[in-house]
Design a protein around this ligand. Structure first.
Ligand code: ASP
Length: 441
């Protein structure tokens, strides 16, 4: 029997009509046997996610304030869904249990998890699927990290008995049964764990966009949807600010070679984006997969005559940053120069001490700091085999009259990273995108 694990995000389950769309998608393919659900999300852009209401409700209870109003709002959201779906569901006793919890010892993670818990129970009732609580299967260690071995064994045993199931996303439990959540957006991780444990051939992640975009749509108008992307390219683009999946969702399925398909619940006919270990032979080879960027970087530029002859110079510079707990983004070097690019927010609290130590220990001729820099990464596995990509990037920036402050090409030839002034960021990104568009087809 073929198996697909499907995970639906908050907007896909925000109302009865969205749940009906999700259910139609599930029913249209019998392989879609295991369903992971997020809590109901926003119905409109200025709506509030159920998870946020639950956090607020907990915080009010903990502060000894009246939480009945917020609990009432949460109850009304689920009440509307149950009524509009026309199912028999004992919402009253579920809400009474939550109220009792709040009145005794409110636990923040437990409260946050109730959105996924209740939403999944309702979805299971609507689909006629068994509900299996994630708290029975997903185990966290005392230090808060996932106990991956225990979780996988327990899930395999529990879900292996079933033909289909709905599992709530976002949470699990400590060995004593206390509920604990992943970080925000963590239902993606639950989906990956279920896909792995059920031996799924595919992990479908249903959301409200038709896949991953090749550039930030707030900056570039109508960027192309990426059809195929490798896990490595995804990592590069996500690190540089493109967000599509919770970071921790990739590792479990990547190891098992399970592809992830990002799909749109509102446009199920769109193929979405396939995230794969290696491009299938049938996939079209393009040079560039996507472009992403981030603002808010600083570059510390150090010059010293005969730096190249001083063994360990760069290592000593880097050690000073490491000792201060500041992680380094890039470190381009010349013969007598080295620059260290760091996130400004992480660097700022240690700025004076780092500069003082560099001056004291390394006695540079010149040390300057430049703030307000942005980094733009052009990512694509195809760049290894093609000529002229870098020339196009630099040509585009030259024509757009943007000054390049730094250039770095990763040793994997998977990316070209340029740094520009923050003020040039959007303009530079758009110029690079239009010069690269032809290579993304
Ligand atoms: N409901 C949780 C959140 O809003 C988890 C999720 O949707 O993945 O972050």
């Amino acid at each position: 029997m073929q198996t697909i694990t499907v995970k639906f995000g908050g907007t896909s389950l925000a109302s009865a009509s969205q749940i009906e769309k999700a259910a139609a998608i599930i029913r249209s393919d019998p392989a879609r046997r295991f369903v992971v659900a997020s809590a109901p999300g926003k119905r409109t852009p200025d709506d509030t996610k159920v998870t946020d209401l639950l956090y607020r409700c907990h915080d009010a209870a903990e502060a000894g304030e009246d939480f009945s109003g917020i609990l009432g709002q949460i109850g009304a959201r689920f009440g509307d869904i149950v009524r509009e779906l026309g199912i028999g569901f004992d919402l009253e006793s579920e809400l009474a249990a939550i109220r009792a919890h709040l009145e005794t010892a409110p636990n923040r993670d437990y409260m946050a998890s109730r959105g996924e818990y209740l939403g999944s129970k309702i979805l299971a009732a609507y689909l006629g699927f068994p509900f299996v609580d994630a708290a029975e299967m997903i185990r966290f260690r005392a230090d808060g990290f996932l106990d991956a071995g225990y979780t996988d064994r327990t899930m395999r045993a529990r879900l292996g008995e079933l033909d289909c199931a709905v599992v709530p996303g976002f949470y699990g439990a400590f060995p004593d049964g206390t509920v604990h959540t992943f970080s925000r957006g963590g239902s993606d991780v639950t989906g990956a764990l279920v896909a792995l444990a059920t031996g799924s051939e595919l992990y479908e992640n249903w959301t409200d966009v038709s896949g991953m975009l090749s550039a930030d749509p707030r900056i570039v108008a109508n960027p192309r949807v990426i059809d195929y992307i490798t896990y490595t390219e995804l990592r590069e683009l996500s690190y540089m600010g493109a967000s599509v999946l919770h970071e921790d969702a990739v590792f479990p399925v990547r190891k098992a070679g399970i592809p992830i398909n990002i799909r749109n619940t509102n446009r199920p006919e769109d193929p979405g984006t396939m995230i794969v270990a290696a491009l299938p032979a049938s996939a079209h080879r393009r040079t560039v997969t996507g472009i992403a960027g981030k603002q808010g970087f600083s570059s510390i530029h150090i010059e010293k005559a005969m730096m190249n002859a001083e063994i360990g110079f760069v290592a000593n510079v880097l050690r000073i940053f490491a000792d201060m707990g500041v992680s380094i983004e890039h470190c381009p070097s010349g013969i007598d120069t080295v620059s260290v690019v760091v996130n400004t927010a992480a660097f700022a609290p240690h700025r004076e001490e780092i500069l003082r130590r560099i001056r004291r220990d390394l006695e540079p001729d010149v040390i300057t700091v430049e703030d307000d820099l942005a980094l733009i990464a052009v990512v694509g596995q195809g760049m290894v085999y093609s000529k002229g990509t870098a020339a196009r990037v630099f040509g585009a920036l030259y024509s757009a009259d943007v000054n390049i402050r730094m250039i770095d090409q990763g040793s994997s030839e998977l990316n070209i990273i340029v740094s520009v002034e923050d003020g040039d960021y959007a303009h530079a990104l758009r110029s690079i995108y239009s010069a690269m568009e032809g290579l993304m087809k």
